[in-house]
Every structure is written in C-alpha cells, then in structure tokens.
Design a protein around this ligand. Sequence first.
Ligand code: COA
Length: 417
Amino acid sequence: MSNKPLEGIKIIDFTHVQAGPACTQMLAWFGADVIKVERPGSGDVTRSQLRDIPGVDALYFTMLNSNKRSLTLDTKSESGKEILTKLIKESDVLVENFGPGALDRMGFTWEHIHTLNPGMIVASVKGFSDGHHYEDLKVYENVAQCAGGAASTTGFDDGPPTISAAALGDSNTGMHLAIGILTALRGRDKTGQGQKVAVSMQDAVLNLCRVKMRDQQRLDRVGYLEEYPQYPHGKFDDYVPRGGNAGGGGQPGWVLKCKGWETDANAYIYFTIQGHAWAPICRAIGKDEWIDDPAYMTAGARQDKIMDIFATIEIWLADKTKFEAVDILRKFDIPCAPVMTMKELLNDESLRASGTIAEVDHKERGKYFTVGSPIKFSETTVEITGSPLLGEHTDEVLESLGYTSQQIAGFHDQKVV
Ligand code: COA
C-alpha cells in the first residue's frame, strides 16, 4: 500500500498568497501531485514579500508551498490557455483563490471546465460567498476576521476590535477547502462527476466563532453572559462583547502573571478553573480552607469573585516561572499551559520530535524551519520537501503533456506578465 494516500491525484494549483496555498500544500504533503501555476517572471507575490535574503524566495512562500511543482504559464495568452486546457483534461482538481471573477475572465468558467473534464473538481476561496452582498470584494486575512465576527469579539472591553495572529481567514479557510475537496473526491468515486467546491473566508471565520453566535442568542434571552469579565460588575449592551482572556466555555480561565512578568512580556500561564477540580486547585495553591467554604465551593458562588481568585493564584505564582508553575499544576490535573513564544516553539524538543516543527532544505535558501503537518497518521509518514523555484518544473510538465522540446523552447520566449 502506498504510504501517500493522495498519490495519483493531480491538482492544478492556481492559488496565491496564503488561503489557497495552505490548502494545496496540505494535499501535497499527503501525496497529491500539486502543480502550482504561476505568472512567468514574478510568480506568487509571496515569493518576494517580506524577504530575509535578497533574491531568494521569502519564507512566506517557502512555508506555504512545500512538496509542490511550479509551472510558469501566462494563462491569458493563447498558448497558455491551450496548455491549461490540456492540463485540465488530465487533472482531478483545480484550486484557485483569485479575486472574484478572475478565472471566468480568463475564459475558464465552471461550465467550460466541467465540459472539458466532467470529473474535475473546481475548488475556490473567495472573501464572501456567491450571491453575498459583498461578493465583489477582494479580501485579505484581517478583512475576513472583521467580516466573520472574530474581531468584534477579540480583545478587551476598553480596547478596539482586535485581530488574532492565528490565520483564521487565510489558512483556516484553506483547511475548510481541503475538507471540501476530499469530500468531493469521495463523491466523485461514487458518481464519476466532479463538482464546484467553494469556501468563503467570512464563512470559515464565522464557523470558528460558533460559540460567539451561541453567546449572542444567550445574551438576547437573558441579558448577560456569566463567563465574561463584564459579569456581574460591568454592563452588557445588546451584542456579544470582547471577552478579554476569559474561557469561552463553562470553565472560567484567565492569563496569569508568573515570576519575571515585569521584564518578560510572556511570563504568563493560562489557568483554568474546572468546576470539578476545585479541591485540587485549592490544594495546589495552598488555600485548603476554600475547599469547603460555601463562599467558594460552587462555581456559582465563585463567579462574582473570580478575578479576586485569579489575583490570589497570581500571588502563589509570583515566585514560579511559567514552566515551574505548569510542572506543579499538572500534578493536580489542572488544565493550564505556559504562554509560548515563537522562539520557544521553534526550539521545542517535542515539536521537533513529532515533526510539527520540520527542518527543510531549499535549493537557494539552504536549511530553514517550517510548521509541519499537524495531522499525524499511524501508517502515513508526512515528508516535507522544499518549495519549488519559480518555473522549476515547467519543462517536465510540458513534456508530460506531449510538447516537443522545440515547442517548449518557444514557450520560454513568452512574455513576462
Ligand atoms: N497568467 C496570467 N494572468 C494571471 C495569472 C497567470 N498565471 N495568474 C493570475 N493572473 C491574473 C488574474 O487573471 C487577474 O486578472 P484580471 O483581474 O485582469 O482578470 C489578475 O492576475 C489579478 O488576480 P487577483 O487574484 O485579483 O489578484 P490581486 O492581487 O488583485 O488580489 C487577493 C489578491 C488575494 C485580494 C484576491 O486574489 C482575492 O480576493 N482572492 C480571494 C480571497 C483570498 O483568497 N484572499 C486571501 C488570500 S491569502
């Protein structure tokens, strides 16, 4: 059995920036042959954005395009359209995240592609879904976080709407699209027919903000949200407020200061007060007298003094680093973690060992680190290879489509777009 379950699936990767590339990269990791189609001359804009080595593909590109092949093609020229047509006829999936209507303007509408290859799955990321009143808008990550409800509910009550560093709009949408593509491939196994798969960034963000939509309906009904820091001493309007660092479920939690917080911006842990773990928490922090005290022993009784309880835990934490604190608290079964920096994660032995932080070799850059597959399999080993240079595989792809070396030489003379 192949160790790469998606081997044999050929994907035309018409994606750029982050949302689409994150999707196709993951499919490439799992064995699909992903051919990234790029503009001659420049390619994906991220090749040159935020470069750390002059003239070398930026990490922005290399970390989102590993395991792929690169084909340069001016898909607005006649020869480019001809090559793309041939490619469509023998591929399984086309993935794109152009601005609205760009693929249609190129002449490759869904209807046309479906006629060329009825089994083809066409997968798209757009900012908003088809028919949405904003469907014509171009969208980037932070725009999507605002449109999908994440920004209005992130941050602190006295601050502005806040963007998360996690790519809720980009990579998250790509992950949704990957699920859609795999579902459509399974559907095609049964019917022989391809279909259109679309994920909007707004929808993908909102899907991750499901609990905030839950909270809106609770707020509409009862007028307050007891797990938010605004309760019971603050005030609620008629929309879900920013909840600071409060836990999003029924277990109160907060980010707490540890030893060294005055000088180290990340000397903090996240601490969760699980209702049924109240006694171990009291024992861990040396407040045994709280275990049976009616003023503290139930979640309801603790609610109005939850911030005072966190302040007491911070006193206990004052002489412990975030790592020392977690090493104590883990023995008491308390859900907690140190606030990890990128630097600490990059050097984390467990993440290195599991392949979540992977070292990759690149032809021009040399060795660099990337985030490897977060999905682990019992039988499939995910090997991460370097990203392709611009047009590195143009000749071999054209050869496989039946073009002669003379014709291929002619394509190299095509204009840079
Ligand atoms: N050959 C010839 N033309 C090419 C080409 C190629 N290989 N690849 C792209 N193009 C053309 C497109 O056809 C389009 O032409 P047109 O607008 O004249 O029809 C043009 O390049 C620009 O494409 P577009 O995707 O609109 O680029 P942009 O830089 O203006 O916008 C985004 C970038 C990300 C805002 C936009 O693509 C978008 O909104 N995408 C959907 C949402 C998304 O994925 N956003 C997040 C990205 S992380």
